[in-house]
Design a protein around this ligand. Sequence first.
Ligand SMILES: CC(C)(COP(=O)(O)OP(=O)(O)OC[C@H]1O[C@@H](n2cnc3c(N)ncnc32)[C@H](O)[C@@H]1OP(=O)(O)O)[C@@H](O)C(=O)NCCC(=O)NCCS
Length: 157
Amino acid sequence: MNQLPKAPESLRYGKVKIVFDRLTEGDTERGFAPGYHFKILNTNCVEVGHFNFRVRDSEHVRLAAGHIGYEILEEHRGHGYAGDACLAASQWIADIAQKVSQEILITTDPDNIPSIRTIERIGATFLDEVSVPIGDPHYLRGSYRKRRYRWRPASIV
Ligand SMILES: CC(C)(COP(=O)(O)OP(=O)(O)OC[C@H]1O[C@@H](n2cnc3c(N)ncnc32)[C@H](O)[C@@H]1OP(=O)(O)O)[C@@H](O)C(=O)NCCC(=O)NCCS
């Protein structure tokens, strides 16, 4: 964990500021990659959701979770905050990805239209649709297939 590059305190894009909250522990045995957790604030400094960037690969990351995660609280959806959060982090993520030679995958359930639209808006490229490994936490909560996208952050903004 302590080998991860330091996170920026905050980053802005569009209608959001993302504020570094904490590093998230990995769990090698379960394939959970360590990463960064940010709060997403809107222009009124109200916390509207969170954004994660996972560093390193595992089967769980490549076939289920992806490297990027986001969630917007229900009452704050509809403003494109998740896409703005990705774009706020994009240059920083591009720098890390280059340093560690990591490609950035973003995954989504095939029926998650707001997430698909978010991923398309930030310029990620559709790769394929895969089966989630049996026993993966996503599988256990009923998420059996994932659409996978490759994101070259900072390449479109
Ligand atoms: C995915 C999520 C973060 C997006 O939140 P958001 O930033 O508020 O996104 P928005 O509601 O502004 O929608 C983004 C886009 O999807 C479109 N959209 C939203 N709901 C839609 C629907 N039911 N049908 C078609 N399009 C829809 C919006 O019009 C918008 O499109 P635009 O960019 O062309 O304007 C949010 O829905 C969420 O937290 N979901 C639960 C957690 C989750 O699924 N996380 C992603 C895991 S991969």
